[in-house]
Design a protein around this ligand. Sequence first.
Ligand SMILES: *[C@@H]1O[C@H](CO)[C@@H](O)[C@H](O)[C@H]1NC(C)=O
Ligand SMILES: *[C@@H]1O[C@H](CO)[C@@H](O)[C@H](O)[C@H]1NC(C)=O
Ligand SMILES: *[C@@H]1O[C@H](CO)[C@@H](O)[C@H](O)[C@H]1NC(C)=O
Ligand SMILES: *[C@@H]1O[C@H](CO)[C@@H](O)[C@H](O)[C@H]1NC(C)=O
Ligand SMILES: *[C@@H]1O[C@H](CO)[C@@H](O)[C@H](O)[C@H]1NC(C)=O
Ligand SMILES: *[C@@H]1O[C@H](CO)[C@@H](O)[C@H](O)[C@H]1NC(C)=O
Ligand SMILES: *[C@@H]1O[C@H](CO)[C@@H](O)[C@H](O)[C@H]1NC(C)=O
Ligand SMILES: *[C@@H]1O[C@H](CO)[C@@H](O)[C@H](O)[C@H]1NC(C)=O
Ligand SMILES: *[C@@H]1O[C@H](CO)[C@@H](O)[C@H](O)[C@H]1NC(C)=O
Ligand SMILES: *[C@@H]1O[C@H](CO)[C@@H](O)[C@H](O)[C@H]1NC(C)=O
Ligand SMILES: *[C@@H]1O[C@H](CO)[C@@H](O)[C@H](O)[C@H]1NC(C)=O
Ligand SMILES: [Zn+2]
Length: 762
Amino acid sequence: MMRGFDSIDSMNHEELLVRRKRGNKKVLIFLGIIIAAFFIIGILIGYFSRPGNGGSGGAAPSTDGNNFDYVKFVQENVNKDNIRENLRRYSSEPRLAGTPLDEKLAKTIEKEWRENGLEEVHLATYEVLLSFPNKSNPNVVQILNGSNAVQFESQKFEKPLTDHENNSNVVPPFNGHSPSGNVKGDVVYVNYGRIEDFEYVANNLSLNITGKIVIARYGKIFRGDKVKNAERFSAIAVILYSDPQDYNMDVNVTNTYPNSWWLPPTGIQRGTVGVDGDPQTPLYPSTSYAHRLSDMETDLLLPRIPSQPIGYGDAQEILSIMGGPDAPEDWQGGLNFTYRIGPGFLDQNNSTVRVIVNNNNEVRPVHNVIGYIKGKEEPDRYVLLGNHHDAWVFGAVDPLSGSAALTEITRVFGLMLSKGHRPRRTVVFCSWDAEEYGLVGSVEWVEDHLKVLHQRGVALLNLDYAAVSNYSLAVGTSPLLQDALYAAAKKVPSPDPSVGETLYDLWTARPIKKMKDPSPDPYVTYSLGSGSDMAAFYQRAGVPSVDMWMTYNEIEMPLSSYPLYHSSHETFFAYDTFIDPGFSATNTITQFMAILACDLACTELLPMDVQRYSAAVSNFHQTLINSFGDKWQKQNVNIEAFDSSVQNFTAATKAFQDILDADKETILKSPLDLRRINDQLMLLERAFLNPEGLPGRPSQKHVMFAPSQFDSYVDNSFPGIMDTMYEIDHGDEGKWEQLKQQVFIATHIIQSAASTLEDIGL
Ligand SMILES: *[C@@H]1O[C@H](CO)[C@@H](O)[C@H](O)[C@H]1NC(C)=O
Ligand SMILES: *[C@@H]1O[C@H](CO)[C@@H](O)[C@H](O)[C@H]1NC(C)=O
Ligand SMILES: *[C@@H]1O[C@H](CO)[C@@H](O)[C@H](O)[C@H]1NC(C)=O
Ligand SMILES: *[C@@H]1O[C@H](CO)[C@@H](O)[C@H](O)[C@H]1NC(C)=O
Ligand SMILES: *[C@@H]1O[C@H](CO)[C@@H](O)[C@H](O)[C@H]1NC(C)=O
Ligand SMILES: *[C@@H]1O[C@H](CO)[C@@H](O)[C@H](O)[C@H]1NC(C)=O
Ligand SMILES: *[C@@H]1O[C@H](CO)[C@@H](O)[C@H](O)[C@H]1NC(C)=O
Ligand SMILES: *[C@@H]1O[C@H](CO)[C@@H](O)[C@H](O)[C@H]1NC(C)=O
Ligand SMILES: *[C@@H]1O[C@H](CO)[C@@H](O)[C@H](O)[C@H]1NC(C)=O
Ligand SMILES: *[C@@H]1O[C@H](CO)[C@@H](O)[C@H](O)[C@H]1NC(C)=O
Ligand SMILES: *[C@@H]1O[C@H](CO)[C@@H](O)[C@H](O)[C@H]1NC(C)=O
Ligand SMILES: [Zn+2]
């Protein structure tokens, strides 16, 4: 993942999930009997029914049209020892994008996927703008005394804590795409660097941030947004650090890696502060013939002020001697002194801070690995499975645990193929490069293949890290796939037999976010707009997407991410010892992804649920009306039309589902009807794209779900409306016309979505 998880408090989330409770144990057992029956019949008749003959037993959700029980096959063949060995191999060296060791891994994956039986495997290479620190002129943060003599320096290299980490290819700590700079000034503490944090300092404390260096703790929002906010308040540099409150919650503060998974004082989180995709070719692919922006134009898209990450051991040297007012209670972190705001230091020596960054932007080739198994009946329909292979350092958690799992899935699919079971639709496997620099490999590839993906992409399943712990399942999804996820989770054994029989039971029993009322359904979010490689598929091509991983108990441990995130301590040792000892969580998510892929690629009728979509739209719409209805009425916003479009969409999804339920058998027997219904299902997501994009953000096109520009305070629904309301609530009354336009666009888009579910719809 390029970003730590943001804490998204989905308002009224649980209400979204109450639509209908499906499936209970009895149904499951019944289903099991039916499946077993089909399986036995399948064996009796043999699998040798004519190729291309869809068969008629396809309604059973766990078999393909030829009664092949792929669930059983996946369960029996996914092997966690293989995954563990894949991970050991992949994470043996640092895998920084644009370096020879990363290219070597791409070629290893290419070779292994071919050996595993994928039919076509190739590298999709793009020349893109990356960014590297200079090892012989390392980045550093200093405290200077009144005559500019250096009193203290941050670590220039992250301290190796196991032999394996003592490797000359470990890149020194830096922020990707931070510009170089050498600046000196008074330091100001800005908590998490959110807009409200800067506003508190600037407005409530009347402290002018212009010309200051700010120190912000990692967490809550994307680090690049902290830098953006600092720029907006005219700071000249940003120091980012990991506070123990967010990254080391152990009461025994010295019980850190390599004794536990907690971040040690010398551990440093790397990470990009730049934009998504190659900044030289916004909206278009970085092909060999691409027109690239000039350096000057490119710089305008990237941060303008330098930033540099440090560990909490070093941050303590700065924070502990700062002057000015005490920081408020909830700004106090986990270090053992009172945090103060500044500016500058307590002593009377005129001490200052210097930030020195020597990064270079460089154009280098990056290599996605793309392989597929061609679909039998519908080769022009794609189910895509993706993960990235570049890492900040060893990447044993992010992303190589996911890469290890994906390669195991290619092996299982290859085996299936060799036994004569070809999926109905084409299954595409993707291993992305340069994700850590802003999803670069996947964005360029989606831009390169936008037209076919837009027309033919059935679904994209993203697996970044497979597991950051083994407690429960975390999922971001399109509402269209939510029920498919629940169905697939019921077919996967629980990684912890003491907590339920299936992954679904575990997921239900262990919610990772507080929900207002007990919800009948396991917790999901609908935020897919950033942070990993599903973003371009969802936001640009409108392909229904899922992002998934196994995680820790986020209610008990409100961390900003797993503690070793993007440090050099993300080693095989850490994964094998602390993250998922025994690999049972990793095994579970691998089976889950494989079965979900089969459900989407092998069943005749796509497992997509349009009523889940209208329930989500209707719920978030209601939240908007509850929050802003009165204000909108006073401004003559057209609420009636907005309401009406939501009602129409709800009615259209119900009518569609009623027909589907009533005519299912007929539809399954008619290839034309089946194709028509499947197209309506998979294309529904496209209806929510605004070709023009969100205000000021042409590459974010999804009108229902996209990240907010003012990140930290909202769920990710109706982003155009929510962002405009945020600006209005912050005093920009000039934005009311934009608000009316955004409500109009949402109304139009929802009404359009309704019409795509009708036979004629004109
Ligand atoms: C890295 O730093 C060294 C020493 O200051 C300098 O000679 C070299 O040119 C720098 N390299 C780049 C690529 O800037
Ligand atoms: C700064 O430190 C240097 C050497 O450590 C010392 O010579 C100088 O007097 C100090 N200046 C101030 C203003 O403290
Ligand atoms: C790293 O390895 C070098 C030799 O390869 C050795 O001199 C050095 O002491 C090692 N550092 C640590 C921290 O283990
Ligand atoms: C900051 O000032 C605003 C406006 O005066 C006020 O509403 C808010 O409560 C203050 N925030 C804090 C943390 O004191
Ligand atoms: C902050 O300081 C800068 C220059 O130091 C000045 O231009 C600006 O007007 C100040 N802002 C406020 C709000 O006082
Ligand atoms: C704290 O953790 C360290 C490292 O694991 C251990 O050596 C030490 O005994 C622990 N201290 C206490 C009081 O448990
Ligand atoms: C705070 O912790 C540091 C290191 O953990 C220790 O050296 C220092 O003595 C502690 N200070 C106080 C006031 O407890
Ligand atoms: C701090 O700077 C002020 C103004 O430049 C100067 O008068 C004072 O002597 C300096 N103090 C020290 C301890 O250097
Ligand atoms: C400030 O300067 C005085 C005298 O130069 C020195 O004794 C003291 O340690 C300095 N304090 C800090 C925090 O550097
Ligand atoms: C989950 O991980 C913990 C260590 O963090 C381990 O003790 C436990 O056995 C694991 N549970 C399962 C089911 O693997
Ligand atoms: C909703 O459908 C009704 C009936 O077809 C239609 O009159 C109305 O204009 C539609 N609403 C919108 C916003 O298009
Ligand atoms: Zn990642």
